[in-house]
Design a binder for this molecule. Structure first.
Ligand code: Z15
Length: 831
């Protein structure tokens, strides 16, 4: 590494090299120093918030020391690195994770206790870094945790939104959104890099000229400039010094303001200009699995992609390698199609700026990128209108036309005279206006395309990307089943269970090698182990019950079966089927004699999740859940046998409380619609069983834990098309139990029935999500759950056996698969 410090001065540097704090005393010293200097406070005005800030500053210092070591090591080793491009990183809180990964939780806990604070109270002060919507963003967060924990040199690149996913309140049963301004108190987990500023251009025009060598050169000029500023978030690995980087970009105006306008007295419009630049990274789009073609969103995508590629290339250029070695040094993973512009941007830089020949450049591009698809839902696939695209990124549009031309020529050669095929696979959809199909561009620009669970990876090959399998052959398409980090989702969320498992495994090594969970399987029928297992579940249920008491204001019975469905609200995820099932249960209990009621398994049905602000049907589902909750919870005939809870503002921190408390969780998407799901894995890892459809990763979970340890129901993906066809072309009779549920809704049992008209007719009409078709099977599965829950002994042994067999679902395993078969990167030990 080049050093700017003259050799005679280096001794002084080495003498005073910064060291990580060791024991409790040193931590306390650092804590107090930060209270008094960094925060300019004292013993007289140090509240929980200040204490959280001081403690996190001390921990942050440690992370930075490890971060520096890691980056130096990676620079000297100069091996291939991976860059994970994701428009969302749903990180949640950082402090507990940083302490656990660095192995300093006991020290800091004891340290702050001596100083008069409870560590739990300090942790509560931290706002979630909620820079994501749901599964896709949380997967990115688990993946960067695993990349660091398994010692791969890898960075995440994303946007530093000033507003994360909105906060949700429930008012009169309806979702109400408010902005999530999470940066009110400075964020100790980011390091601003004001010196790293990258110019990004939009709009303008293109022209070409022939240079002295007779070569045609394309230029893009005359557009608006904004600047990207880097903010670095250290990503500590668990039980390793490796601390990687998550680089988030914020937009800044290039000039503070337009001085000409300012001097001419037009102060306001000069300020407006600078504010416009800042809006690019201001807010996260709140849609999950839904594309809405807003220009600002395309601006965000290019802004982030251009800044990230510029940064990656700058790093590559320092090694003075020829361009053809770029893919030997750099792997870039596209998390969904959101970063697909990177394909075009790299081609543009190579051809227009660096003078690389088109074909050579294209080889470099395709060898660099891998593309992960996360959905088959048509409404989620990105397609940008050509006019909008052309106006914002004129040179990129030209390059896309060229990429398309060369691709179609190649297809034409392989399949002469198949005109239909050419139209089907063209990057440009011939609609009016024309549209750029981003998924096709991503496939054509990458060397590997993967789905996120076995069924999903099969489905993309046989449906939406079928033609591309014909063209490229099957080897370009593969599966990498998603995973989750056991650090956050077991050790951090459920410390008692983690400790109990460690007592049988003999160490905490299972947190790095999750297959070691197998070692608890022999204790599935051990009465003492079972008792401890049950006690921990009960503790976690009490913790959730306290939360519900605090935020919902009523008591729930912790001996009841906790039945949980928490995830984004979406028709395909079928929360409506769940609440219809709850209504069915309510009506059944109402019709029971006192004697019959004695046989009922008491249940608490827990819902949580956000709806996209503009998604009317999802919002109606939330309203219905809350309306049912109000009626059922107040009904003395029902008492403790049934309670319905909607937990507002579901987020990562709430997930950490809710997931360990579940007995049953529901993952009941219409077969073939949920690409993978990842919360299904989190629930089982915490000893809850799944009630689910044969969809996404539920299928592989079943294979791992055994059919006896999961409750599956419903039609299979292969039948879905036929069933939908039937609904379209004939009158399919409504499920009779569902009919009774609708009668209750329509008679006003849950308030004004008109509110639910469209929700009910979505099922009585075309029933696109097959709620009626699956309803009987769903009720049957629920009945089995009720019966089996009564048998405490078999229930707990199933829970233990399921956990013992969850090793496969560690995101460490997923990352190893990516590293091996897509990225070709090797780990590097940092001592
Ligand atoms: C999102 O959260 C997912 C897919 C998408 O295309 C978008 Cl835009 C958002 C989810 C899938 O719905 C879920 O099944 C999967 O587990 C997750 O991505 C991570 O792969």
């Amino acid at each position: 590494i080049e050093a700017s410090i003259p050799s005679e001065s280096r001794q002084v540097w080495q003498k005073f090299g910064v060291k990580e704090f060791g024991g409790k005393d040193e931590f306390q010293q650092e804590f107090i120093r930060h209270v008094e200097t960094t925060l300019a406070r004292s013993i007289y005005n140090c509240d929980d918030l200040a204490a959280y800030q001081a403690a996190s500053q001390a921990i942050r210092d440690r992370l930075i020391i490890a971060w520096n070591k890691t980056q130096q090591k990676h620079t000297t080793k100069d091996q291939k690195r991976v860059y994970y491009l994701s428009l969302e990183f749903l990180m949640g809180r950082a402090m507990d994770n940083a302490m656990l990964n660095a192995g300093i939780k006991d020290i800091t806990k004891a340290g702050v206790a001596d100083l008069g604070f409870k560590i739990e109270d300090l942790l509560e002060q931290e706002p979630d870094a909620a820079l994501g919507n749901g599964g896709l963003g949380r997967l990115a967060a688990c993946f960067i945790d695993s990349i660091a924990s398994t010692n791969y040199p890898g960075w995440g690149y994303g946007l530093r939104y000033q507003y994360g996913i909105f906060k949700q309140r429930i008012v009169d049963g309806y979702q109400v959104e408010s902005p999530d301004y999470w940066l009110t108190f400075s964020n100790p987990w980011e390091i601003p890099r004001y010196e790293i500023q990258i110019d990004v251009m939009f709009y303008g025009y293109t022209r070409k000229y022939t240079n002295d060598d007779g070569k045609v050169v394309h230029v893009w000029e005359g557009g608006e400039q904004v600047q990207a500023v880097a903010y670095d978030v250290p990503v500590p690995g668990y039980g390793t010094e490796t601390t990687n980087n998550l680089r988030l970009w914020a937009s800044k105006p290039t000039r503070e303001f337009d001085f000409e306008k300012f001097n001419a007295g037009d102060y306001e419009s000069s300020v407006r200009e600078s504010q416009k630049a800042e809006t690019i990274s201001a807010v996260l789009y709140p849609n999950d699995n839904f594309y809405s073609g807003k220009e600002l969103r395309l601006k965000q995508q290019y802004f982030w992609v251009a800044a990230s590629l510029n940064d990656i290339i700058r790093r590559f250029k320092k090694t003075h390698r020829p361009w053809k070695e770029f893919p030997d040094q750099v792997a870039i993973q596209l998390n969904d199609t959101h970063p697909t512009l990177a394909v075009v941007e790299l081609q543009r830089i190579l051809v227009d700026m660096e003078g690389v020949e088109w074909d050579d450049a294209w080889k470099i591009v395709t060898n660099t990128f891998g593309y992960t698809n996360h959905t088959v839902l048509p409404e989620a696939l990105e397609k940008w209108p050509v006019p909008l695209f052309q106006n914002l990124l004129p040179r990129h549009m030209e390059i896309i036309y060229d990429i398309n031309l060369f691709f179609l020529q190649q297809v034409e050669k392989l399949f002469p005279k198949e005109r239909e095929l050419l139209a089907r696979v063209s990057i440009i959809e011939e609609s009016s206006p024309q549209q750029v199909r981003m998924a096709y561009l991503a496939i054509i620009g990458s060397h590997k395309v993967n789905g996120v669970a076995e069924l999903h990876s099969e489905l993309i090959k046989t449906t939406i990307f079928k033609d591309f399998v014909t063209i490229y052959g099957p080897d370009k398409f593969m599966n990498v089943t998603n995973g989750i980090t056991p650090r956050r989702w077991l050790h951090q969320a459920n410390p008692k269970l983690s400790d109990l498992i460690a007592s049988k495994v003999g160490s905490y090594d299972f947190l790095k090698d999750l297959n070691l969970l197998k070692k608890i399987e022999p204790f599935a029928h051990d009465p003492k182990f079972q008792d401890e297992w049950v006690a921990i579940k009960k503790f976690n249920k009490a913790r959730l019950a306290a939360h519900i008491k605090q935020y919902n204001g009523f008591d729930i019975n912790i001996d009841a079966l906790f039945d949980v469905q928490v995830k984004r609200i979406h028709e395909y995820k079928r929360q409506q089927m769940n609440i219809f099932g709850v209504i069915h249960r309510y009506l059944s209990i109402k019709a029971m004699t006192e004697k019959e009621k004695k046989e009922v398994t008491p249940r608490v049905c827990i819902f949580g999740g956000k709806s996209a602000p503009g998604y009317y049907m999802a919002k109606t589902i939330i309203k219905l859940i809350n309306a049912v909750s109000e009626v059922v919870n107040a009904d003395a005939d029902v008492g403790d046998l049934l309670k319905v809870v909607f937990i507002a503002d579901y987020n990562v921190s709430k997930a950490e409380i809710i997931i360990p408390a579940s007995d049953i969780s529901q993952h009941i998407s219409t077969a073939g619609t949920e690409a993978s799901g990842t919360s299904n894995m989190k629930f089982v890892l915490n000893g809850g069983l799944i009630l689910g459809t044969v969809d996404g990763a539920n299928i592989e979970i079943t294979r791992e834990v055994g059919e006896n340890n999961i409750f599956l129901f419903g039609h299979l993906a292969e039948s879905v098309e036929d069933l939908r066809h039937k609904h379209r072309f004939s009158k399919v009779p409504l499920d009779p139990n569902l009919e009774k549920v609708f009668e209750a809704i329509e008679s006003g049992t849950f308030g004004d029935p008109n509110i639910y008209n469209s929700l009910v007719s979505s099922v009585t009409g075309s029933d696109y999500y097959l709620v009626s078709d699956d309803f009987q099977s769903y009720l049957d599965a629920q009945k089995l759950v009720d019966q089996d829950f009564k048998n405490k002994d078999t229930w707990v042994s199933r829970s233990i056996t399921a956990v013992a067999n969850m090793g496969f679902f560690s995101s460490d395993r997923a990352i190893d698969e990516y590293a091996e078969s897509i990225w070709n990167v090797e780990p590097i030990a940092v001592e």
